[in-house]
Design a protein around this ligand. Structure first.
Ligand code: ADP
Ligand code: MG
Length: 573
């Protein structure tokens, strides 16, 4: 006879997850099509009178907006009445249906009924919101043993991990970017107890806003293409937001994504297709301010806790939207250290809640062994505007150290010369920005089809559980690709050969644009020289993290030159 099960539940604004301990180890239970992530959406089906939860409900958002509710968590603790069709619900009642759905399906999966739970709430939830959450649990037939803060839950699960290097700072930062909310918390470890020292955030900022920016971008594109201002009807809006989210998620693993959707709208009965390529740098540019506003909150939280970035030990990324590489990159810059997801950011709050459940039940907890990459993995690149000896020794990271495996990531590079015959793909692992200080894992030649300088080449790494990396290179648009398999766990000797052929990626959208223009044969020599110089200065300043005023000034100068060049092209035709 097995003991009774206490589960942990992350009742999220956008998604919810249920987890429990399996022989002392927290596991998230897969409930829908193999996924543990259940959309926090409830919809009333008028025909059957049934309430649908999860994906089935989310799929009804467009068609049955008056019968469907998302983000009910925002209303918890308020005297709100939610109308689904002709029926009315309180926020607790809607939440209780989500909880009931999770518990019922989890019980089926486990073959054992679940009656007790630990549920998480945001650190900023007040008493009324916490009580409403307990009430939702009770309405779902659960005994709510404890309500714990989401950042605390995330920290709890990270506690169970056996780390290679001990963490001697008592301060932990949890950065949580979900679908509709952003929270940053700083915790202090006092013995076994984790105290929330500071908690800041923006309850109206999350992954949805990133989708919204892409959606607007699509609308502008459609307007340009058709010459029509498309009426913003609900169906188009939901459709475009869905395409936007898929694009955003694809761009987390790839440097560009081809959107190819038929009949997103109709003009005079004629279907309008949406077909365009979006690059990650373009996406990052259109959402930069959103990300920056989260960094301001991080600074605020540090101030509130009277701490400096270097005082913080572990940095924990929570929330699906932290999978965007720019989130990791900007935090990594701010805290001056590599930052990666060691556990799934969308599951770790629920996992932590199940650890808390285990602590309450007095169950022995096992250590979590992380399946992560031991070293950063990348390729050797040239930096065209680095005028030092290290110009062709840059280590461009594709998969960061401590990233959970299996994982697949691709990055975009450019060729150096016109009609360049090949690129030497040299794969290194290590943490130095220079390849000579890292370990060479393997190298191979990739013959190119004739193309102008600055042609894009993508390099993709697919890293599996056995430590095998499948490297694929692709000359974009030339139907030319090659794949090679390497074993990263077998150490290879360092060789001293010089690589030629791959250029470091541009530092941002502006330098990308400058480089595109530099590759244009129509560019007059004088302007080209000036642009090369300025691009070099600008990229170096950005890479070196020079002060903002200087970067801004260089940026203005560069933009002016770009504009000048573009005007020139127009007159050339
Ligand atoms: P919440 O805590 O608000 O319930 P989640 O932590 O589940 O939400 O995060 C949901 C958000 O994460 C959504 O905006 C979703 O688009 C985003 N997201 C999920 N996976 C990715 C990904 N691979 N890249 C970028 N965003 C992602
Ligand atoms: Mg969450």
């Amino acid at each position: 006879m097995m003991g009774e099960i206490i589960c942990g539940i992350d009742l999220g604004t956008t998604n919810s997850v249920i987890a429990c301990l399996d022989q002392g180890k927290p596991v998230a239970l897969s409930l829908e099509e193999g996924s543990a992530i259940v959309p926090s959406v409830v919809s009333l089906d008028d025909a059957t009178g049934q309430l649908l939860v999860g994906r089935a409900a989310r799929n009804r958002l467009a068609a049955f907006p008056d019968h469907t509710i998302r983000s009910v968590k925002r209303l918890m603790g308020q005297e709100a009445s939610i109308h689904l069709g002709t029926r009315n619900f309180t926020p607790e009642e809607v939440s209780s249906h989500i909880l009931h759905y999770l518990v019922e399906n989890a019980s089926k999966t486990l073959g054992q009924s679940i009656q007790k739970a630990v549920i998480t709430v945001p650190a900023y939830f007040d008493d009324a919101q916490r009580r409403a959450t307990i009430r939702a649990g009770e309405l779902a037939g659960l005994e709510v043993l404890r309500i714990i803060n989401e950042p605390t839950a995330a920290a709890l699960v990270y506690d169970q991990v056996s780390w290679e290097e001990p963490d001697d700072s008592p301060y932990i930062m949890v950065y949580d970017l979900g679908g509709g909310t952003f929270d940053v918390s700083i915790l202090e470890l006092k013995g076994e107890i984790k105290e929330v020292l500071a908690s800041c955030g923006n309850s109206a900022l999350g992954g949805d806003d990133f989708d919204e920016r892409l959606k607007d971008f699509f609308l502008r594109h459609l307007k340009q293409k058709t010459g029509y201002e498309l009426p913003e009807d609900r169906a188009l809006s939901v459709r475009l937001r869905d395409i936007a989210e898929r694009t955003k998620i694809a761009l987390s693993d790839r440097p560009f994504f081809l959107v190819d959707e038929v009949a997103v709208a109709f003009i005079d009965g004629e279907p309008v297709n949406l077909r365009l390529e979006v690059s990650r740098s373009e996406f990052e540019e259109m959402t930069r301010d959103l990300l920056e506003s989260t960094l301001e909150k991080v600074t605020e939280a540090l101030q509130e806790a009277s701490l400096e970035p270097e005082d913080i030990g572990r940095i924990i990324l929570v929330g699906g939207a932290t999978r965007m590489p720019e989130v990791q990159a900007s935090l990594s810059e701010m805290f001056d250290r590599p930052i990666a997801h060691s556990l799934d950011p969308d599951l770790c709050v629920a996992l932590g809640a199940s650890v808390q459940a285990g602590l309450i039940a007095g169950e022995p907890l096992g250590h979590i062994l992380l399946d992560v990459t031991a070293h950063s993995l990348g390729v050797r690149t040239l930096h065209p505007y680095d005028f030092t000896d290290s110009a062709n020794d840059h280590f461009s990271v594709i998969i960061r150290r401590n990233t959970r495996i299996p994982v697949s990531r691709a990055e975009l590079y450019y060729t150096v010369d016109d009609q360049q015959p090949k690129v030497d793909v040299q794969v290194y692992q290590g943490e130095s920005p220079y390849c000579r200080k890292n370990t060479l894992i393997g190298a191979f030649e990739f013959p190119l089809k004739p193309a102008p300088a600055n042609s894009p080449v993508t390099v993709e790494f697919a890293y599996d559980r056995e430590g095998i990396v499948h490297v694929s290179v692709d000359q974009k648009g030339y139907n030319n690709s090659k794949s090679v398999t390497l074993n990263v766990r077998q150490k290879t000797l360092q060789t001293e050969s010089e690589a030629e052929g791959l250029v470091e990626k541009p530092v941002n959208y502006i330098s990308e644009k400058a480089r595109r223009i530099l590759a244009d044969e129509r560019l007059p020599q004088e302007l080209k020289d000036a642009l090369i110089k300025l691009t070099g200065k600008y990229e170096q300043a950005v890479l070196a993290g020079d002060d903002d005023a200087l970067i801004d000034e260089l940026e203005d100068q560069l933009l002016e030159k770009i504009e000048q060049a573009e005007e020139g092209f127009e007159t050339i035709g």
